[in-house]
Ligand binder design. Structure first.
Ligand code: SF4
Length: 369
């Protein structure tokens, strides 16, 4: 169980922290009559907790619930279908991040569309798509942009580049998501019972510690911003339990080397300049008002939704439970398809496709063989 923890740069500290965290969790259970339950709101945390062995090492004492933090997983089925449909058009080059290409749509995946002849390219930075547009002036180059506050500034940089260079054949189809509206929606619904949040490390670089003050002021629920190494994950969980034992509600910044109080003004400015709030459809949650950012009207020509008409029907229902998984209502093993019909080699839902998905993390690191 501790093998992965032992492979870290601070194995002794990790082991001591693990023991202290377990002791703290026991005190919590004695005091409150249940195990502490925390939701991680970041796909990278979901994968890090599983990969490092922290989740397994703590599972008898702390309930760690994956939340809506994986950008591919939270993208609703209709949006996925629209992106696949977009790839069918004539004279187009579709650029996307790697995970998107394997996410099943109602009829097929982008990978299958590519096999059938669509020009779909995996890129690592949206600005690569601008370059591809410059190199292919007779084609329409469309970048599929999904992501949270972490990724949106990078999309903004690509928009800025295309705008300044006047690259007329480049556009972006964005389906972005914001953390605050979805946390409010989950808390307002009251279906998931959590004692605190492990807040996303990378998103917090943009938002800053104060970006979560609403959790304290309005919901009276604590959170910790933490990084991704075992020592950091464990100390984050330890601090959260500590707050609860002391009956204090606060947001702890356990990632001070990168996350500031107010966030990053440069990235915040990019968000303000290139994007505007919009309603977004979330898998499992439906449309949440003002929960995403669309391209600002000042850059309307760069918005692929203004340039290409895409018609898709209502997606058909499947047995995939990703919608409930991202809301923290069930775990991967509650899905009958997990590990049988649905595996990383043959994924049925986005939570098994994505490198940050709960089902993929559980399959790789948490399954009992
Ligand atoms: Fe969806 Fe597969 Fe996860 Fe089931 S195991 S919820 S089908 S991704």
């Amino acid at each position: 169980m501790l093998e992965m923890l032992e492979q870290t740069s601070n194995p002794e500290i990790s082991k001591r922290l693990l023991e202290k965290t377990i002791q703290h969790a026991k005190k919590f259970e004695e005091k409150y009559g249940h195990k502490p339950a925390f939701m991680e709101v970041c796909g990278s945390h979901t994968m890090a907790l599983a990969r490092t062995g922290v989740k397994k090492a703590l599972q008898a004492h702390v309930k760690l619930i994956s939340g809506p933090g994986c950008p591919v997983c939270v993208t609703d089925q209709k949006s996925i279908d629209a992106m696949i449909e977009l790839a069918n058009g004539e004279n187009r080059i579709i650029c996307t991040f790697g995970d998107m290409i394997r996410v099943p749509g109602t009829k097929r995946t982008l990978m299958e569309a590519k096999t059938e002849g669509a020009d779909i390219r995996i890129i690592y930075s949206p600005t690569d798509a601008v370059r591809i547009a410059e190199e292919n002036p007779t084609k329409e180059v469309i970048f599929l942009g999904v992501g949270f506050e972490t990724t949106i500034p990078i999309l903004g940089v690509a928009l800025k580049t295309a705008y300044e260079k006047q690259v007329k054949n480049f556009s972006m189809w964005v389906t972005t998501k914001l953390v605050e509206p979805v946390l409010r929606t989950l808390l307002d619904a009251g279906e998931v019972k959590v004692d605190g949040f492990m807040l996303p490390g990378h998103v917090s670089i943009v938002l800053g510690r104060k970006g979560y003050q609403y959790l304290v002021d309005e919901y009276k629920i604590p959170g910790v911003i933490t990084a991704f190494e075992p020592v950091e994950l464990l100390s984050g969980i330890y601090h959260l339990i500590d707050l609860l034992l002391e009956e204090r509600v606060d947001i702890i910044n356990n990632y001070k080397r990168i996350v500031t109080e107010d966030g990053n003004p440069v990235t915040q400015k990019i968000l303000e300049t290139y994007f505007k709030p919009c309603d977004e459809a979330w898998r499992g949650l439906g449309i949440i008002p003002n929960s995403g950012l669309d391209i600002h009207d000042n850059f309307a020509n760069l918005n692929a939704k203004n340039r290409f008409e895409v018609q898709v029907g209502e997606p058909k229902k499947t047995k995939c439970r990703c919608g409930e998984i991202i809301c923290g209502l069930v775990g991967p093993e509650d899905c009958k398809l997990f590990g049988k019909a649905c595996t990383p080699a043959n994924p049925i839902g986005p939570c098994m496709v994505s490198g940050e998905g709960s089902c993929a993390a559980h399959y790789q690191y948490m399954r009992e063989e």
